[in-house]
Design a protein around this ligand. Sequence first.
Ligand code: PSV
Ligand code: MN
Length: 424
Amino acid sequence: MKISIDSIQQHNEKLLSVHQRKFDFIKAEVTKAESIIQKLMEFNVAIPSWALGTGATRFGRFSRGGEPGNLEEKLDDVGLLHALNKSSGAISLHIPWDIPKDYNAIKQQAGSLGLRFDAVNSNTFQDQPGQKLSYKFGSLQNVDKNIRRQAIDHNLEVIKHGIELGSKALTVWLSDGSSFPGQLNFRNAFQHTLEGLNEIYASLPDDWKLFLEYKAFEPNFYSMTVGDWGQSLLYANKLGPKAYTLVDLGHHLPNANIEQIVALLLMEGKLAGFHFNDSKYGDDDLTVGSIKPYQLFLIFNELVDGMDTRGLNHANDLGWMIDASHNVKDPLEDLLQSVESIMLAYAHALLLDRTKLNAAQASNDVVGAQEILQNTFRTDVRSIVAEARLRSGGALDPISYYRDMDIRKALIIERGTKNIATGL
Ligand code: PSV
Ligand code: MN
């Protein structure tokens, strides 16, 4: 389903005068509004190919129909999001859930929708139909070298797909670990994993990066072989300069200080980027910013500060992706909300007066520092984000456009109610 530029314009015309009033007000308050808008217009967050269908818990799945049934339809859905918000111009593929049949055709389709291919993701956390050996007791960590070989070969194959598509990074998330004390020799598991990662790393093209994602628990409940940022960083440092630690917001133990983790990884030049989501209890995969928007702002505050200190380009030098699952919401609406939350947090971080914050910190002015952070966070920057979207050709209010045009209904008519997207 394609969205016409005319219909976006009509939508914008209806909302323009209200928007203009709000934008004029904030522009008078915020002297750097124009530079923030420029940065927002350059910033894009990749959509994972597995997040376009309805998610599930182990108790059930409640689809609302119109889900994409193949990679082409998934690309169309991301194209639709990008047409509306102009900030979702990339897709991240999970192999083997989304193996392209015809690279050229897929690349052409992506190009016509203004999309590029972000990191490719390997999958050694599930057994696939017809797969020779099982990952029940882990993949790269496995005590059986044939299973380790199979997992390494899978990653090499994923890199090949990525090269064809123009991706520049491989994201490895391992579910490896153990569920009971005594099940695993920790040091052997680490060494086997390192050996495997070394071989995968060696076959990366020169301009590629390896992102190593960590997770505290699940599916293993006693130990995870890449369980936290310290372990991921240990591997990344041993692997070499093209290996980085990837932060998925939902992969920490409760109350972890993620902003501090981000600050230190950036300081070490080892932060790969993000899988954005939100959580209340564990890896809940909820809409970004739905539970802890202030934490998201604090993370972006460290990101902007750390990237500027290292002279990094905000838009391109780190990997930005959503990794969420939608059990009760329309996945496309959920993704629009997630991207909006990210843009707001980024806008707030750009708005923050860093000179003042540095001065407050240097004089141990604890109250002053909090005032600076919270005054920034409580500034309503929604019209700045909307203005950036408007100037890029997107919709002033993507969700109301989506609802007014009844896009889900159109997708159900086009695709039916029975399609189930590959993925989770
Ligand atoms: C694992 O929980 C994870 O965060 C990894 O990024 C996977 O690739 C993704 O979710 C989908 O299972
Ligand atoms: Mn993830």
